[in-house]
Design a protein around this ligand. Structure first.
Ligand code: HEM
Ligand code: HEM
Length: 178
């Protein structure tokens, strides 16, 4: 298996990025919900810190993946149905867009509330806005709504994979696996 994509298969770099991102994104998604329900205290603070650090790491991986997609070929879609092909393309591109909105709104929200974001205690992401409660509230709403849109796309995406694998019985899922 090559590192790069070919017209009928995903390469190792795309596969690794796809599955590492999928696991980390879902983890951060559940963490986001759990941490919000906790009482104020050290556990809540550490989980918030971890969620934000992971979010910034994910932002980096998303940009990397987008660049890799742009400079690489994308394997040919296996369905002959034009509508399915269009929906698939739409969902795939929307993933990148919605994930950029999720991460940037999280970053803006954090800096509007608390200034630069400490990433795993290693470095700081600069504040991209001034401290401001109104901006903070708007960014928080965008973060939460965009996360819901993201997760509905994930659900559609998983159903599509299952449909390809068990009903159409084509190679769609296999060629994204190892
Ligand atoms: C990469 C993907 C990310 C995902 C999937 C994600 C997901 C979530 C979810 C599900 C929540 C809970 C929403 C709710 O309570 O209804 C949340 C809250 C939050 N997220 Fe993220 N997030 C991400 C990135 C980030 C980033 C990059 C930052 C900041 C640097 C961030 C900062 C926050 C903060 C501060 C909250 C708490 C909101 C509050 O309850 O006050 N998130 N996130
Ligand atoms: C957070 C979760 C996920 C995200 C954000 C995501 C995102 C994406 C994106 C953007 C693509 C397009 C290919 C590319 O640009 O490199 C893709 C392809 C694919 N994903 Fe996911 N994915 C996720 C989870 C999953 C899961 C859980 C499965 C399996 C059950 C899955 C199965 C596939 C398959 C089979 C393809 C190839 C589709 C094709 O060849 O047309 N993904 N995914």
């Amino acid at each position: 298996m090559g590192l790069k994509n070919s017209p009928d298969n995903y390469g190792l770099i795309s596969k690794n990025l796809h599955w590492i991102l999928a696991v980390l994104l879902l983890l951060n998604f559940f963490l986001g919900f759990i941490m919000g329900d906790l009482e104020r205290g050290p556990l809540r603070s550490s989980l918030f810190h971890f969620h934000k650090s992971m979010g910034i790491l994910l932002l980096g991986l998303i940009i990397l993946r987008l660049l890799w997609r742009v400079i690489n070929t994308t394997p040919i879609h296996l369905s002959n149905n034009q509508l399915i092909k269009r929906i698939s393309k739409f969902v795939h591109y929307s993933f990148y867009l919605i994930l950029l909105i999720v991460t940037f709104s999280g970053w803006i929200y954090s800096t509007a509330r608390a200034g630069p974001v400490d990433v795993f205690g290693l470095f700081y992401m600069p504040a991209i806005v001034e401290k401001n409660d109104v901006i903070g509230q708007i960014a928080k709403d965008i973060h939460i709504y965009s996360v819901y849109i993201f997760i509905s796309f994930v659900i559609i995406h998983i159903f599509a994979s299952i449909y390809h694998h068990f009903f159409l019985k084509d190679k769609t899922l296999k060629r994204m696996w190892y």
